[in-house]
Design a protein around this ligand. Structure first.
Ligand code: HEM
Length: 314
């Protein structure tokens, strides 16, 4: 038997940490709602990048809002379920570029090896149904960045009243390259135009299990959800390759454009035609950093995609 790759081990560990595997579903962010919308960039975006979707013409987008858990039955009101917002910008040449984001401030692990160890430490003990506190404690002692990310992230992961009242960050640094070849490093944030709005404890207790999926349907049946795409420019000494490091102090923030989420796309994907959001699906005018988590993600995503689609599907 061939030895499993680290990417397979990561997906196996994610499955085990999420009460899975859950056949036919993503290993994480298993439950979601796909929407369509449009994006229009600001003139400032064009000054920073020559990327096709940042030139100011309206582009069609596909958006998937998700609950971050790998268990499709988790309640959207779970205090630490977390969310995701994945956006595919459909470019005029028929290609696409993706932007994948979550409501964390910084990421939980610095390398894929750490991510694997962290995920294994989170696997519930079959006897107690909870992660082994000794294993988790040992991991946290060795990796203080994990505790910091959880502490900073917890208030943001709390359930919001809507997918449209949460913010989302792509966490890694990317480099925008303009028509003259000038470069600007930064990090992306989607800010909801309606502002942030979290459930009260009372609302949380009363919230139906899939309330976020139901709410976005109701909202888009009646109107539009809007987000502003912001780019926080890196200062000279900000680390570009470490998604666990917060960029502290004053930073210039540039508004790159506005996303209008217009309607829900029913039955958007099937096992034969899965929708894939890939954080490394970039385009001319956007360069990745050497962040080892960013460069690792497509390899782990491929394992999940193979298992949930085509011949890997149940
Ligand atoms: C080593 C680190 C990471 C691993 C191993 C990992 C793993 C995965 C996997 C296996 C999937 C399912 C892919 C699919 O079946 O399509 C996924 C989806 C997702 N991940 Fe990650 N992830 C990592 C880091 C991150 C980070 C840093 C972010 C946010 C900045 C993020 C946000 C998301 C989102 C939003 C989705 C759902 C995308 C969709 O709706 O299709 N992940 N991740």
């Amino acid at each position: 038997m061939a030895t499993a790759t680290i990417w397979e081990e990561i997906v196996d560990a994610l499955n085990a940490a999420n009460g899975g595997p859950h056949p036919g579903h993503r290993a994480v962010h298993a439950k979601g709602t796909v929407c369509s919308g449009t994006f229009r960039a600001t003139p400032e975006a064009k000054r920073l990048s020559r990327a096709a979707h940042l030139q100011g013409d309206q582009v069609e987008t596909t958006i998937r809002f998700s609950n971050a858990s790998g268990d499709p039955n988790t309640s959207d009101a779970h205090p630490i379920a977390g969310r995701g917002m994945a956006v595919k910008f459909n470019l005029p040449d028929g290609e696409a570029t993706d932007l994948v984001a979550v409501p964390l401030v910084v990421f939980l692990a610095r390398t894929p090896e750490d991510f694997l160890e962290m995920t294994r430490a989170r696997i519930p003990d079959p006897e107690t149904g909870q992660p082994d506190p000794d294993k988790l404690g040992a991991y946290m002692a060795e990796h203080p960045e994990f505790g910091v990310a959880v502490q900073k992230g917890l208030p943001k992961l709390a359930p919001t009243t809507s997918f449209a009242t949460s913010d989302y960050r792509a966490l890694h640094a990317f480099c925008l390259v303009n028509a003259d070849g000038a470069t600007h490093w930064g990090r992306y944030t989607w800010e909801p135009e309606e502002g942030l709005d979290y459930l009260t404890e009372e609302q949380r207790d009363a919230a139906p299990r899939h309330y976020l999926q139901e709410e976005i349907r109701r909202r888009l049946a009646e109107g539009i959800a809007r987000f502003t795409l912001e780019f926080t420019l890196a200062n000279e000494d900000d680390p570009l390759d470490d998604p666990t490091a917060e960029w502290e102090g004053e930073h210039e923030v540039v508004e790159l454009g506005e996303l209008e989420v217009i309607e829900v796309v029913e039955e958007a994907e099937t096992p034969d035609s899965p929708i894939v959001f890939d954080p490394m699906r970039l385009t001319d005018g956007i360069e990745p950093s050497a962040d080892p988590i960013l460069t690792a993600r497509p390899k782990a995503y491929s394992v999940s995609i193979d298992r949930r689609s085509g011949e890997g599907a149940p």
